[in-house]
Design a protein around this ligand. Structure first.
Ligand SMILES: Cc1cc2nc3c(=O)[nH]c(=O)nc-3n(C[C@H](O)[C@H](O)[C@H](O)COP(=O)(O)OP(=O)(O)OC[C@H]3O[C@@H](n4cnc5c(N)ncnc54)[C@H](O)[C@@H]3O)c2cc1C
Length: 500
Protein backbone atom coordinates (compact mmCIF):
# COMPACT_ATOMS: atom_id res chain seq x y z
CA UNK A 1 0.00 0.00 0.00
CA UNK A 2 1.26 3.45 -0.83
CA UNK A 3 1.27 6.67 1.12
CA UNK A 4 -2.13 7.62 2.41
CA UNK A 5 -3.24 11.10 3.18
CA UNK A 6 -6.32 12.85 4.34
CA UNK A 7 -7.45 16.40 3.98
CA UNK A 8 -9.25 16.73 7.27
CA UNK A 9 -8.46 16.21 10.92
CA UNK A 10 -6.59 13.01 11.71
CA UNK A 11 -8.54 10.01 13.06
CA UNK A 12 -9.14 9.90 16.80
CA UNK A 13 -6.17 8.75 18.84
CA UNK A 14 -5.81 5.03 19.31
CA UNK A 15 -7.29 3.88 22.58
CA UNK A 16 -4.67 3.53 25.26
CA UNK A 17 -5.87 -0.02 25.92
CA UNK A 18 -5.06 -1.09 22.39
CA UNK A 19 -2.18 -3.54 22.39
CA UNK A 20 0.98 -2.24 20.82
CA UNK A 21 2.76 -3.99 18.01
CA UNK A 22 5.84 -4.72 20.01
CA UNK A 23 6.62 -5.17 23.65
CA UNK A 24 7.04 -2.22 25.98
CA UNK A 25 10.60 -0.95 25.60
CA UNK A 26 13.12 -1.88 28.20
CA UNK A 27 13.86 1.64 29.46
CA UNK A 28 15.13 1.98 32.97
CA UNK A 29 12.02 3.60 34.42
CA UNK A 30 12.63 4.88 37.92
CA UNK A 31 9.74 4.29 40.31
CA UNK A 32 7.04 6.96 40.22
CA UNK A 33 6.35 8.54 43.58
CA UNK A 34 3.27 10.46 42.59
CA UNK A 35 0.05 9.97 40.78
CA UNK A 36 -0.23 11.03 37.16
CA UNK A 37 -4.01 11.26 37.15
CA UNK A 38 -5.29 14.68 36.09
CA UNK A 39 -8.18 14.49 38.54
CA UNK A 40 -5.93 14.10 41.56
CA UNK A 41 -3.25 16.54 40.55
CA UNK A 42 -5.34 19.50 41.61
CA UNK A 43 -5.29 18.29 45.19
CA UNK A 44 -1.79 16.94 45.56
CA UNK A 45 1.39 18.98 45.47
CA UNK A 46 3.72 17.34 42.98
CA UNK A 47 7.21 18.65 43.52
CA UNK A 48 8.82 17.52 40.26
CA UNK A 49 6.11 18.37 37.74
CA UNK A 50 6.75 21.12 35.20
CA UNK A 51 4.69 24.26 34.89
CA UNK A 52 2.13 23.53 32.24
CA UNK A 53 4.10 22.77 29.11
CA UNK A 54 7.32 24.29 30.41
CA UNK A 55 9.56 21.34 31.05
CA UNK A 56 12.84 23.24 30.87
CA UNK A 57 13.05 23.57 34.64
CA UNK A 58 12.96 19.78 35.14
CA UNK A 59 16.23 17.99 35.74
CA UNK A 60 16.87 14.94 33.52
CA UNK A 61 17.04 11.83 35.70
CA UNK A 62 19.21 9.82 33.37
CA UNK A 63 22.27 8.15 34.87
CA UNK A 64 25.04 7.06 32.49
CA UNK A 65 24.86 3.29 32.11
CA UNK A 66 27.66 0.85 31.42
CA UNK A 67 27.76 -2.66 29.99
CA UNK A 68 28.60 -5.61 32.10
CA UNK A 69 30.80 -7.24 29.43
CA UNK A 70 34.05 -9.06 29.94
CA UNK A 71 36.00 -7.38 27.14
CA UNK A 72 39.34 -8.73 25.90
CA UNK A 73 41.64 -5.80 26.68
CA UNK A 74 44.86 -4.80 24.98
CA UNK A 75 47.77 -4.58 27.44
CA UNK A 76 50.62 -2.26 26.42
CA UNK A 77 53.11 -4.89 27.66
CA UNK A 78 51.82 -7.24 24.88
CA UNK A 79 53.64 -5.07 22.31
CA UNK A 80 51.07 -6.42 19.85
CA UNK A 81 50.84 -5.08 16.31
CA UNK A 82 47.40 -4.85 14.72
CA UNK A 83 46.12 -4.96 11.17
CA UNK A 84 43.47 -2.35 11.92
CA UNK A 85 43.16 0.17 14.75
CA UNK A 86 39.72 1.75 15.08
CA UNK A 87 39.39 5.03 16.96
CA UNK A 88 35.97 5.20 18.64
CA UNK A 89 33.48 2.63 19.91
CA UNK A 90 30.31 4.36 18.74
CA UNK A 91 27.92 2.57 16.37
CA UNK A 92 30.28 3.04 13.41
CA UNK A 93 33.49 1.89 15.12
CA UNK A 94 31.98 -1.18 16.77
CA UNK A 95 30.13 -2.23 13.61
CA UNK A 96 33.29 -2.04 11.52
CA UNK A 97 35.30 -3.89 14.19
CA UNK A 98 32.70 -6.66 14.27
CA UNK A 99 32.61 -6.95 10.47
CA UNK A 100 36.30 -6.76 9.63
CA UNK A 101 37.30 -9.18 12.41
CA UNK A 102 35.05 -11.82 10.77
CA UNK A 103 37.84 -12.27 8.22
CA UNK A 104 40.53 -13.03 10.76
CA UNK A 105 41.90 -9.46 10.56
CA UNK A 106 43.52 -8.40 13.87
CA UNK A 107 41.62 -5.39 15.24
CA UNK A 108 41.97 -3.09 18.24
CA UNK A 109 39.22 -0.60 19.09
CA UNK A 110 40.16 2.40 21.26
CA UNK A 111 37.67 4.56 23.15
CA UNK A 112 37.77 6.46 26.47
CA UNK A 113 34.68 4.46 27.58
CA UNK A 114 34.32 1.29 25.50
CA UNK A 115 31.70 -0.11 27.90
CA UNK A 116 29.43 2.90 28.16
CA UNK A 117 25.96 2.92 26.61
CA UNK A 118 25.63 5.19 23.56
CA UNK A 119 23.88 8.40 24.57
CA UNK A 120 21.75 9.21 21.49
CA UNK A 121 18.25 8.04 20.67
CA UNK A 122 18.31 6.41 17.24
CA UNK A 123 15.29 5.94 15.00
CA UNK A 124 15.39 3.88 11.79
CA UNK A 125 12.98 2.48 9.21
CA UNK A 126 12.36 -1.14 10.19
CA UNK A 127 13.01 -2.54 6.68
CA UNK A 128 16.51 -1.03 6.80
CA UNK A 129 17.37 -3.05 9.91
CA UNK A 130 15.55 -6.15 8.63
CA UNK A 131 17.68 -6.15 5.50
CA UNK A 132 20.76 -6.25 7.74
CA UNK A 133 19.46 -8.94 10.13
CA UNK A 134 19.39 -6.38 12.94
CA UNK A 135 15.63 -6.27 13.55
CA UNK A 136 16.16 -7.90 16.96
CA UNK A 137 17.97 -4.69 17.98
CA UNK A 138 14.80 -2.55 17.99
CA UNK A 139 12.98 -2.06 21.26
CA UNK A 140 9.77 -0.62 19.82
CA UNK A 141 8.20 -0.46 16.38
CA UNK A 142 5.30 1.52 14.92
CA UNK A 143 3.45 0.20 11.85
CA UNK A 144 3.02 3.68 10.38
CA UNK A 145 4.43 7.17 10.56
CA UNK A 146 2.51 10.42 10.32
CA UNK A 147 3.45 13.76 8.81
CA UNK A 148 1.33 16.72 9.92
CA UNK A 149 1.64 19.34 7.21
CA UNK A 150 -0.71 21.83 8.86
CA UNK A 151 -3.85 21.79 11.00
CA UNK A 152 -5.99 20.28 8.28
CA UNK A 153 -3.69 17.98 6.35
CA UNK A 154 -1.89 14.90 7.64
CA UNK A 155 -0.19 12.19 5.65
CA UNK A 156 0.06 8.63 6.91
CA UNK A 157 3.11 6.76 5.69
CA UNK A 158 2.74 3.05 5.33
CA UNK A 159 6.26 2.16 6.47
CA UNK A 160 7.25 0.64 9.80
CA UNK A 161 9.50 2.76 12.00
CA UNK A 162 11.58 1.55 14.91
CA UNK A 163 13.50 2.82 17.90
CA UNK A 164 16.93 1.27 18.17
CA UNK A 165 17.69 -0.46 21.45
CA UNK A 166 21.15 0.92 22.10
CA UNK A 167 21.72 -1.86 24.60
CA UNK A 168 20.75 -4.67 22.22
CA UNK A 169 22.60 -3.23 19.22
CA UNK A 170 25.81 -2.53 21.08
CA UNK A 171 25.49 -5.88 22.89
CA UNK A 172 25.10 -7.79 19.63
CA UNK A 173 27.99 -6.02 17.90
CA UNK A 174 30.33 -6.26 20.90
CA UNK A 175 29.48 -9.96 21.25
CA UNK A 176 30.55 -10.41 17.61
CA UNK A 177 33.78 -8.49 18.29
CA UNK A 178 34.56 -10.66 21.32
CA UNK A 179 33.94 -13.89 19.38
CA UNK A 180 36.20 -12.69 16.56
CA UNK A 181 39.08 -11.72 18.87
CA UNK A 182 38.85 -7.89 18.71
CA UNK A 183 40.89 -6.21 21.46
CA UNK A 184 39.72 -3.06 23.24
CA UNK A 185 41.75 -0.29 24.78
CA UNK A 186 40.40 2.37 27.14
CA UNK A 187 42.03 5.66 26.14
CA UNK A 188 41.69 8.73 23.99
CA UNK A 189 43.76 8.96 20.82
CA UNK A 190 45.74 12.18 20.56
CA UNK A 191 47.86 11.78 17.51
CA UNK A 192 48.31 9.60 14.45
CA UNK A 193 51.69 9.03 12.78
CA UNK A 194 52.39 7.41 9.43
CA UNK A 195 55.23 5.54 7.80
CA UNK A 196 55.04 4.05 4.33
CA UNK A 197 53.50 0.71 5.34
CA UNK A 198 52.65 1.24 8.99
CA UNK A 199 50.88 3.80 11.15
CA UNK A 200 50.63 4.31 14.88
CA UNK A 201 48.34 6.09 17.30
CA UNK A 202 49.49 7.87 20.42
CA UNK A 203 47.03 7.80 23.33
CA UNK A 204 46.50 10.26 26.18
CA UNK A 205 48.13 7.80 28.63
CA UNK A 206 51.33 7.78 26.54
CA UNK A 207 50.70 4.34 25.00
CA UNK A 208 51.51 3.87 21.34
CA UNK A 209 49.73 1.22 19.26
CA UNK A 210 50.87 0.18 15.79
CA UNK A 211 48.80 -1.04 12.88
CA UNK A 212 48.63 -1.29 9.07
CA UNK A 213 45.46 0.79 8.86
CA UNK A 214 43.99 3.41 11.19
CA UNK A 215 40.25 3.99 10.93
CA UNK A 216 38.75 7.13 12.42
CA UNK A 217 35.27 6.41 13.84
CA UNK A 218 35.41 9.16 16.46
CA UNK A 219 32.26 10.98 15.31
CA UNK A 220 31.47 14.46 14.07
CA UNK A 221 34.06 16.22 16.23
CA UNK A 222 37.02 14.40 14.68
CA UNK A 223 40.19 16.33 13.88
CA UNK A 224 42.04 13.44 12.22
CA UNK A 225 40.40 13.61 8.80
CA UNK A 226 41.57 16.01 6.08
CA UNK A 227 39.57 17.97 3.54
CA UNK A 228 40.60 19.50 0.24
CA UNK A 229 40.93 23.25 0.25
CA UNK A 230 39.24 23.55 -3.13
CA UNK A 231 35.73 23.27 -1.76
CA UNK A 232 34.30 25.35 1.06
CA UNK A 233 33.18 23.34 4.12
CA UNK A 234 29.69 24.76 3.97
CA UNK A 235 27.78 22.30 6.12
CA UNK A 236 24.18 22.74 7.03
CA UNK A 237 23.27 21.72 10.57
CA UNK A 238 20.45 19.75 12.05
CA UNK A 239 19.78 20.92 15.56
CA UNK A 240 17.21 19.43 17.91
CA UNK A 241 16.27 19.16 21.56
CA UNK A 242 14.88 15.79 22.59
CA UNK A 243 13.41 14.40 25.79
CA UNK A 244 12.20 10.99 26.84
CA UNK A 245 9.39 12.16 29.07
CA UNK A 246 6.85 10.83 31.46
CA UNK A 247 3.68 12.80 30.75
CA UNK A 248 0.09 12.89 31.99
CA UNK A 249 -1.20 12.28 28.54
CA UNK A 250 -0.48 13.17 24.91
CA UNK A 251 -2.63 13.48 21.80
CA UNK A 252 -0.73 11.11 19.49
CA UNK A 253 -1.85 7.70 18.22
CA UNK A 254 0.11 4.90 19.81
CA UNK A 255 0.42 2.96 16.57
CA UNK A 256 2.08 5.79 14.65
CA UNK A 257 5.31 7.58 15.21
CA UNK A 258 5.28 11.26 14.31
CA UNK A 259 7.97 11.75 11.68
CA UNK A 260 7.25 15.47 11.31
CA UNK A 261 4.66 17.78 12.80
CA UNK A 262 4.89 21.10 10.94
CA UNK A 263 1.80 22.64 12.59
CA UNK A 264 2.44 26.11 13.97
CA UNK A 265 -0.85 26.98 15.68
CA UNK A 266 1.01 26.81 19.04
CA UNK A 267 2.80 30.03 18.09
CA UNK A 268 -0.39 32.09 17.79
CA UNK A 269 0.41 34.03 20.98
CA UNK A 270 4.13 34.21 20.33
CA UNK A 271 4.55 36.74 17.50
CA UNK A 272 8.36 36.70 17.55
CA UNK A 273 8.57 32.90 17.52
CA UNK A 274 5.90 32.68 14.84
CA UNK A 275 7.74 35.01 12.48
CA UNK A 276 11.08 33.27 12.97
CA UNK A 277 9.43 29.84 12.65
CA UNK A 278 7.83 30.79 9.36
CA UNK A 279 11.28 31.70 8.02
CA UNK A 280 13.34 28.93 9.69
CA UNK A 281 10.82 26.27 10.57
CA UNK A 282 11.12 23.51 13.15
CA UNK A 283 8.95 20.43 13.51
CA UNK A 284 8.14 17.95 16.25
CA UNK A 285 9.41 14.37 15.95
CA UNK A 286 7.73 12.03 18.43
CA UNK A 287 7.85 8.37 19.37
CA UNK A 288 4.88 7.52 21.62
CA UNK A 289 5.69 4.40 23.70
CA UNK A 290 2.47 4.42 25.68
CA UNK A 291 0.01 7.07 26.83
CA UNK A 292 2.39 8.27 29.56
CA UNK A 293 5.80 7.75 28.01
CA UNK A 294 6.90 9.56 24.87
CA UNK A 295 10.09 10.71 23.16
CA UNK A 296 9.62 14.28 21.90
CA UNK A 297 12.14 16.19 19.80
CA UNK A 298 11.77 19.71 18.40
CA UNK A 299 13.92 19.67 15.28
CA UNK A 300 15.31 22.09 12.77
CA UNK A 301 15.76 19.82 9.74
CA UNK A 302 18.62 21.87 8.40
CA UNK A 303 19.81 25.44 8.92
CA UNK A 304 22.89 27.49 8.01
CA UNK A 305 24.01 29.21 10.16
CA UNK A 306 22.68 26.88 12.78
CA UNK A 307 19.43 27.92 14.47
CA UNK A 308 19.79 28.92 18.12
CA UNK A 309 19.35 25.99 20.52
CA UNK A 310 17.46 28.20 22.98
CA UNK A 311 15.03 29.18 20.23
CA UNK A 312 14.39 25.49 19.48
CA UNK A 313 13.66 24.87 23.17
CA UNK A 314 11.31 27.86 23.44
CA UNK A 315 9.34 26.65 20.43
CA UNK A 316 9.10 23.22 22.03
CA UNK A 317 7.75 24.69 25.27
CA UNK A 318 5.05 26.57 23.33
CA UNK A 319 4.19 23.47 21.29
CA UNK A 320 3.84 21.12 24.26
CA UNK A 321 1.71 23.68 26.10
CA UNK A 322 -0.57 23.98 23.07
CA UNK A 323 -0.82 20.19 22.70
CA UNK A 324 -1.72 19.90 26.40
CA UNK A 325 1.34 17.80 27.17
CA UNK A 326 2.40 18.23 30.79
CA UNK A 327 5.82 16.75 31.42
CA UNK A 328 6.14 15.15 34.84
CA UNK A 329 9.62 13.74 34.56
CA UNK A 330 12.44 13.81 32.05
CA UNK A 331 14.06 10.41 31.92
CA UNK A 332 16.62 11.37 29.27
CA UNK A 333 17.43 14.46 27.27
CA UNK A 334 19.64 15.03 24.25
CA UNK A 335 21.07 17.87 22.27
CA UNK A 336 21.32 16.85 18.68
CA UNK A 337 23.73 18.76 16.46
CA UNK A 338 24.53 17.04 13.18
CA UNK A 339 26.65 18.59 10.41
CA UNK A 340 24.99 17.79 7.08
CA UNK A 341 26.23 17.92 3.50
CA UNK A 342 29.41 19.87 2.75
CA UNK A 343 32.34 18.32 0.91
CA UNK A 344 33.52 14.76 1.47
CA UNK A 345 36.87 14.11 3.15
CA UNK A 346 39.84 14.01 0.77
CA UNK A 347 39.78 10.66 -1.05
CA UNK A 348 42.04 8.78 -0.48
CA UNK A 349 44.09 9.72 2.58
CA UNK A 350 46.27 7.81 5.07
CA UNK A 351 43.53 7.51 7.69
CA UNK A 352 40.31 5.73 6.74
CA UNK A 353 37.02 7.08 8.16
CA UNK A 354 33.65 5.59 8.94
CA UNK A 355 30.48 6.98 10.56
CA UNK A 356 29.94 10.63 11.40
CA UNK A 357 33.38 11.71 10.26
CA UNK A 358 33.21 9.99 6.85
CA UNK A 359 30.42 11.95 5.14
CA UNK A 360 27.83 9.14 5.27
CA UNK A 361 25.25 11.21 7.14
CA UNK A 362 22.29 11.79 4.81
CA UNK A 363 22.63 15.45 3.67
CA UNK A 364 18.87 15.99 3.52
CA UNK A 365 17.73 14.13 6.65
CA UNK A 366 20.59 13.75 9.13
CA UNK A 367 20.05 9.97 9.33
CA UNK A 368 23.15 7.85 9.47
CA UNK A 369 22.91 4.77 11.67
CA UNK A 370 21.26 2.35 9.23
CA UNK A 371 23.54 3.49 6.40
CA UNK A 372 26.64 2.97 8.56
CA UNK A 373 25.47 -0.51 9.55
CA UNK A 374 25.07 -1.24 5.81
CA UNK A 375 28.37 0.18 4.52
CA UNK A 376 30.62 -1.29 7.23
CA UNK A 377 30.46 -4.83 5.71
CA UNK A 378 31.46 -3.40 2.30
CA UNK A 379 34.45 -1.57 3.77
CA UNK A 380 35.32 -4.68 5.80
CA UNK A 381 35.56 -6.78 2.61
CA UNK A 382 37.90 -4.22 1.02
CA UNK A 383 40.12 -4.23 4.14
CA UNK A 384 40.14 -8.03 4.27
CA UNK A 385 41.14 -8.22 0.61
CA UNK A 386 44.21 -6.14 1.45
CA UNK A 387 45.11 -7.29 4.95
CA UNK A 388 43.49 -10.75 5.16
CA UNK A 389 45.64 -13.84 5.63
CA UNK A 390 46.65 -14.34 2.00
CA UNK A 391 47.17 -10.76 0.81
CA UNK A 392 49.46 -8.04 2.10
CA UNK A 393 48.48 -4.85 0.33
CA UNK A 394 49.43 -1.84 2.45
CA UNK A 395 50.24 1.84 2.15
CA UNK A 396 48.79 3.88 -0.70
CA UNK A 397 47.16 0.91 -2.46
CA UNK A 398 45.35 -0.05 0.74
CA UNK A 399 44.12 3.51 1.32
CA UNK A 400 42.90 3.77 -2.29
CA UNK A 401 40.99 0.55 -2.05
CA UNK A 402 39.26 1.17 1.29
CA UNK A 403 38.28 4.76 0.54
CA UNK A 404 36.88 3.75 -2.84
CA UNK A 405 34.87 0.95 -1.24
CA UNK A 406 33.09 3.54 0.92
CA UNK A 407 32.88 6.23 -1.75
CA UNK A 408 32.88 4.77 -5.27
CA UNK A 409 32.32 7.49 -7.87
CA UNK A 410 28.62 6.65 -8.33
CA UNK A 411 27.98 7.11 -4.58
CA UNK A 412 29.84 10.43 -4.61
CA UNK A 413 27.64 11.69 -7.42
CA UNK A 414 24.52 10.46 -5.66
CA UNK A 415 25.64 12.30 -2.53
CA UNK A 416 25.91 15.51 -4.56
CA UNK A 417 22.28 15.02 -5.40
CA UNK A 418 21.30 14.59 -1.73
CA UNK A 419 23.29 17.72 -0.94
CA UNK A 420 21.31 19.49 -3.65
CA UNK A 421 18.21 18.36 -1.72
CA UNK A 422 19.68 19.94 1.42
CA UNK A 423 20.53 23.20 -0.36
CA UNK A 424 16.96 23.36 -1.66
CA UNK A 425 15.48 22.73 1.81
CA UNK A 426 17.68 25.54 3.18
CA UNK A 427 15.91 27.94 0.84
CA UNK A 428 12.37 27.01 1.82
CA UNK A 429 10.29 28.80 4.44
CA UNK A 430 7.57 27.01 6.41
CA UNK A 431 4.98 27.14 3.64
CA UNK A 432 7.51 26.08 1.02
CA UNK A 433 8.64 23.20 3.25
CA UNK A 434 5.07 22.04 3.74
CA UNK A 435 4.44 22.12 -0.01
CA UNK A 436 7.68 20.27 -0.64
CA UNK A 437 6.83 17.39 1.72
CA UNK A 438 3.26 17.32 0.43
CA UNK A 439 4.62 16.56 -3.05
CA UNK A 440 7.48 14.38 -1.76
CA UNK A 441 5.22 11.95 0.10
CA UNK A 442 2.93 11.75 -2.94
CA UNK A 443 5.76 10.07 -4.83
CA UNK A 444 5.62 6.31 -5.32
CA UNK A 445 6.84 4.65 -2.07
CA UNK A 446 9.81 3.15 -3.93
CA UNK A 447 11.11 6.68 -4.54
CA UNK A 448 10.43 8.45 -1.26
CA UNK A 449 11.51 5.43 0.75
CA UNK A 450 14.59 4.95 -1.41
CA UNK A 451 15.48 8.64 -1.08
CA UNK A 452 15.20 8.59 2.72
CA UNK A 453 17.27 5.39 2.91
CA UNK A 454 20.00 6.51 0.44
CA UNK A 455 19.12 3.57 -1.82
CA UNK A 456 18.45 5.26 -5.17
CA UNK A 457 20.79 5.30 -8.14
CA UNK A 458 21.60 8.52 -9.97
CA UNK A 459 19.09 7.71 -12.73
CA UNK A 460 16.39 7.01 -10.16
CA UNK A 461 17.12 10.31 -8.45
CA UNK A 462 16.73 12.14 -11.75
CA UNK A 463 13.43 10.37 -12.30
CA UNK A 464 12.39 11.32 -8.74
CA UNK A 465 13.07 14.99 -9.48
CA UNK A 466 10.92 14.92 -12.60
CA UNK A 467 8.09 13.13 -10.74
CA UNK A 468 8.38 15.58 -7.84
CA UNK A 469 7.90 18.46 -10.22
CA UNK A 470 4.90 16.65 -11.69
CA UNK A 471 3.30 16.11 -8.26
CA UNK A 472 4.07 19.61 -6.99
CA UNK A 473 1.39 22.26 -6.63
CA UNK A 474 1.81 25.42 -8.73
CA UNK A 475 3.30 27.46 -5.84
CA UNK A 476 5.70 24.59 -5.17
CA UNK A 477 6.73 24.52 -8.84
CA UNK A 478 7.31 28.25 -8.56
CA UNK A 479 9.56 27.56 -5.52
CA UNK A 480 11.47 24.96 -7.52
CA UNK A 481 11.92 27.20 -10.54
CA UNK A 482 12.96 30.27 -8.51
CA UNK A 483 14.98 28.67 -5.70
CA UNK A 484 16.64 25.63 -7.28
CA UNK A 485 18.86 27.14 -10.01
CA UNK A 486 21.65 28.18 -7.61
CA UNK A 487 21.80 24.81 -5.76
CA UNK A 488 21.52 23.07 -9.14
CA UNK A 489 24.44 25.06 -10.51
CA UNK A 490 26.46 24.21 -7.37
CA UNK A 491 25.65 20.54 -7.79
CA UNK A 492 26.73 20.55 -11.43
CA UNK A 493 29.98 22.32 -10.51
CA UNK A 494 30.68 19.77 -7.77
CA UNK A 495 29.91 16.88 -10.10
CA UNK A 496 32.33 18.37 -12.61
CA UNK A 497 34.98 18.59 -9.85
CA UNK A 498 34.44 14.91 -8.95
CA UNK A 499 34.65 13.72 -12.55
CA UNK A 500 37.43 15.85 -14.00
C1 LIG B 1 21.47 13.44 19.60
C2 LIG B 1 21.63 12.75 18.28
C3 LIG B 1 20.59 11.95 17.79
C4 LIG B 1 20.75 11.27 16.58
N1 LIG B 1 19.71 10.50 16.12
C5 LIG B 1 19.86 9.79 14.99
C6 LIG B 1 18.82 8.93 14.53
O1 LIG B 1 17.74 8.88 15.11
N2 LIG B 1 19.02 8.18 13.41
C7 LIG B 1 20.20 8.24 12.74
O2 LIG B 1 20.36 7.52 11.76
N3 LIG B 1 21.19 9.08 13.13
C8 LIG B 1 21.06 9.85 14.23
N4 LIG B 1 22.06 10.69 14.64
C9 LIG B 1 23.25 10.86 13.77
C10 LIG B 1 24.33 9.76 13.95
O3 LIG B 1 23.74 8.53 13.64
C11 LIG B 1 24.94 9.71 15.35
O4 LIG B 1 25.63 10.90 15.60
C12 LIG B 1 25.88 8.50 15.59
O5 LIG B 1 26.09 8.40 16.97
C13 LIG B 1 27.23 8.65 14.91
O6 LIG B 1 27.95 7.46 15.17
P1 LIG B 1 29.53 7.40 15.16
O7 LIG B 1 29.91 6.01 15.62
O8 LIG B 1 30.05 7.88 13.88
O9 LIG B 1 30.00 8.48 16.26
P2 LIG B 1 29.67 8.60 17.80
O10 LIG B 1 28.39 7.94 18.14
O11 LIG B 1 29.82 10.04 18.13
O12 LIG B 1 30.83 7.76 18.51
C14 LIG B 1 32.17 8.20 18.50
C15 LIG B 1 32.95 7.49 19.60
O13 LIG B 1 34.31 7.85 19.48
C16 LIG B 1 34.85 8.19 20.76
N5 LIG B 1 35.96 9.14 20.55
C17 LIG B 1 35.89 10.45 20.18
N6 LIG B 1 37.13 10.97 20.08
C18 LIG B 1 38.01 9.96 20.37
C19 LIG B 1 39.42 9.86 20.44
N7 LIG B 1 40.19 10.93 20.17
N8 LIG B 1 39.98 8.69 20.79
C20 LIG B 1 39.20 7.59 21.05
N9 LIG B 1 37.85 7.62 21.00
C21 LIG B 1 37.26 8.79 20.67
C22 LIG B 1 33.67 8.82 21.50
O14 LIG B 1 33.88 8.74 22.90
C23 LIG B 1 32.51 7.92 21.00
O15 LIG B 1 32.38 6.78 21.82
C24 LIG B 1 21.95 11.38 15.84
C25 LIG B 1 22.96 12.21 16.33
C26 LIG B 1 22.81 12.88 17.53
C27 LIG B 1 23.93 13.76 18.02
Amino acid sequence: MGTQFILSTPPPPTSIQQPLLSATPSFPLPKTHHTTSRKRRGRIHIHNTSKFGNFLDLKPEHQPETFDFDLPWFHPSDRARFDVIIIGAGPAGIRLAEQVSLYGVKVCCIDPEPLSLWPNNYGVWVDEFENLGLEDCLDKTWPMASVYLNDSKTKYLDRCYGRVSRKKLKGKLVQGCVSNGVRFYKAKVWQIKHREFESSVLCDDGTELKGSLIVDASGFGSTFIEYDNVRKRNHGFQIAHGILAEVDDHPFDLDKMVLMDWRDSHLGNEPYLRVSNSKFPTFLYAMPFNSNLIFLEETSLVSRPVLSYMEVKKRMVARLRHLGIRVNRILEDEKCLIPMGGPLPRIPQNVMAIGGTSGVVHPSTGYMVARTMAVAPVVAVAIAQCLGSTRMIRGKQLHDKVWNSLWPIEKRLVREFYSFGMETLLKLDLDGTRRFFDAFFNLKPYYWQGFLSSRLTLNELLWLSISLFGYASNPSRFDIVTKCPVPLAKMMANIALEYF
